[in-house]
Design a protein. Structure first.
Length: 248
């Protein structure tokens, strides 16, 4: 078994134990877990600001011209009718299995020939001289089949509400890790709170200096918004295919 194979089998409990042991040995470098980091912590570690003015940043992403079939519309209506009365009461796993996974599976990021697929609960580590980002990501699309080689897109958090945890800084920490590890200048992601989806673009000016953009909210219990979510994810899928081709 390779090191990458071993890492891909780690559970959340394994990661937490490793973090504790790692902190003991690296007591001068604080470790921040993706699932727990706050805006206050993130803003002290890096220079990051939200850009509220340039909403046209999403124009290209959200402009995919897609013709929906009758089967597509039936799928969307059935998904909404089964879940809209209960979605506010769903716990994280309920939301993931009943709502998120069907949408993701319909987009179908699993592309065997291109060696691209989606990963759930994948470990990710980004280490600097001043801090370490570490933990388990909820969802990412990456090159690689047995294990993630290069992450291209993240979704965080599958939580039912914003009462206990805010998925936005958690997503941003993952996006920062990816752009730095991949040496990119921009990356896309999304976070989900109950029925609400927001899409995010992170731009890197220089190491540890960023701006990010947050889209309008898409409510997946509204059929027009659900169609928009599907199109936005389909755009990401097509973009990743082209990026992997160019990287190869």
């Amino acid at each position: 078994m390779t090191l990458e194979d071993l890492i891909s089998t780690l559970t959340k409990e394994d990661i937490e134990l490793i973090n504790k042991e790692f902190e003991k040995k690296q007591n001068k470098i604080p470790v921040y877990q993706y699932g727990k980091i706050t805006f206050n912590e993130l803003s002290k570690l890096v220079d990051i600001k939200q850009n509220f003015k340039q909403q046209d940043k999403f124009n290209n992403w959200f402009s995919l011209d897609h013709i929906f079939s009758k089967k597509d519309i039936i799928f969307f209506k059935k998904l909404i009718s089964k879940n809209y009365l209960l979605i506010e009461n769903y716990h994280e796993e309920d939301l993931k299995i009943n709502v998120i996974a069907p949408i993701i599976n319909k987009v179908d990021f699993f592309l065997f020939d291109e060696e691209i697929r989606n990963f759930y609960e994948q470990s990710l580590i980004y280490k600097t001289e001043k801090f370490i980002f570490n933990g388990i990501t909820d969802f990412l699309v990456s090159s690689g089949l047995k294990y993630s080689k290069k992450p291209y897109f993240f979704i965080q958090e599958f939580k039912k509400s914003k009462k206990n945890d805010d998925p936005q800084p958690q997503l941003l920490a993952e996006l920062i890790s990816a752009v730095e590890l991949n040496n990119w200048n921009t990356i896309k992601g999304a976070y989900i709170i109950g029925e609400n989806w927001n899409f995010v673009i992170l731009e890197r000016f220089e190491k540890h200096k960023y701006q990010y953009f947050v889209s309008r909210t898409f409510n997946c219990t509204n059929i027009e918004d659900l169609k928009g979510i599907y199109k936005n994810l389909l755009f990401v899928k097509n973009e990743i295919i082209e990026m992997v081709k160019s990287d190869g």
